[in-house]
Design a binder for this molecule. Structure first.
Ligand SMILES: NC(=O)c1ccc[n+]([C@@H]2O[C@H](COP(=O)([O-])OP(=O)(O)OC[C@H]3O[C@@H](n4cnc5c(N)ncnc54)[C@H](OP(=O)(O)O)[C@@H]3O)[C@@H](O)[C@H]2O)c1
Length: 270
């Protein structure tokens, strides 16, 4: 069976995905395996049991062609990130070709002055510092192998259009966007591609996390609208990674059809 150009380009690569236990990260892991079964996936998140289940599902579905390494990694913990790349990542998994910086979260809808310290802390350490620290570590591996590789950062429409009740999350995603843009310029003489994907509304565990586990409040966010699925974003992640090495899909903004901005949403009345 002949492979599509995209499958052929991705075959044999090693892809590291953060936040692979749920939502966009999980869907991206499946999409890579379905597009190029002979791929190696390093799946990281805090929920290791969930990652192990996903690893078993992907290995089963690909009939053992996709090799999966599930790793417990809290990206907000700088020491863990440094140890993971610096020493604990096994030799046969160190040739990372693609880093998908997807782990991220939002907490609450409080206005500035009322925001809980722990919410500020976890959003900034995860969405900003975690992404920066892991990128720094993986860049060393990329440079050691001829300055080649892909960095795919999951930003958000929130990083482009800040909204009331999201000051910290929006600022964190604006930081991701700015970091991506600086890095792309710094790496212009290399074959390292920096690609940012900014989703609009996607139905995942994102809103459940925002409302501290309150499923009713989370469900209300998606009432009367038709949000993107995690697979919709996963397809874009795999597409950008699967371009010819001279093609950099630098910046992508993806909405469901009822959305045209951070707060610009058409809701069907029920
Ligand atoms: N859903 C949306 O509407 C939307 C829109 C724009 C952008 N995004 C962005 O898309 C990305 C993925 O979110 P999602 O919608 O797929 O939400 P999700 O279903 O809640 O998934 C978030 C993932 O991030 C992981 N994570 C959170 N904190 C972490 C930490 N400290 N260390 C390691 N992993 C951590 C979670 O795993 P563990 O809990 O197991 O650690 C989980 O796998 C995020 O960066 C988010 O900001 C989402």
């Amino acid at each position: 069976m002949s492979l599509s150009a995209m499958s052929a380009r991705l075959s044999g690569k090693t892809v590291l995905i953060t936040g692979a236990s749920s939502g966009i990260g999980r869907a991206t892991a499946f999409e890579f395996s379905r597009t190029a079964p002979d791929i190696k996936l390093i799946l990281t998140a805090r929920r290791i049991d969930t990652l192990r289940e996903i690893a078993a599902q992907i290995e089963g579905e690909s009939q053992g062609r996709t090799k999966v390494l599930p790793v417990m990694l809290d990206v907000a913990d700088q020491k863990q990130v440094a140890e993971f790349v610096g020493s604990s990542l096994p030799e046969e998994w160190r040739a990372v070709d693609v880093l998908v910086n997807n782990a991220g979260l939002v907490k609450g809808v409080d206005k500035v002055g009322e925001i809980k310290d722990e919410d500020i802390n976890i959003m900034i350490t995860t969405n900003v510092l975690g992404l920066i620290n892991l990128t720094q570590q993986i860049l060393r591996l990329f440079h050691a192998r001829g300055s080649k590789g892909d960095i795919i950062n999951i930003g958000s429409i929130a990083g482009r259009e800040p909204y009331a009740g999201g000051a910290i999350y929006c600022a964190s995603k604006a930081a991701v966007r700015s970091f991506s843009d600086s890095l792309r310029k710094e790496l212009i003489a290399t074959r390292i591609r920096v690609m940012e994907i900014d989703p609009g509304q996607v139905e995942t565990e994102f809103s459940v996390v925002r409302f501290y586990g309150d499923k009713k409040k989370a469900d209300a966010v998606y009432q009367g609208v038709d949000p993107l699925t995690p697979e919709d974003i996963a397809e874009v992640v795999v597409f950008v990674a699967g371009r010819r090495e001279n093609v950099v899909v630098a910046d992508t903004l993806i909405f469901p059809s009822h959305q045209a901005g951070a707060g610009v949403m058409h809701r069907k009345s029920t």
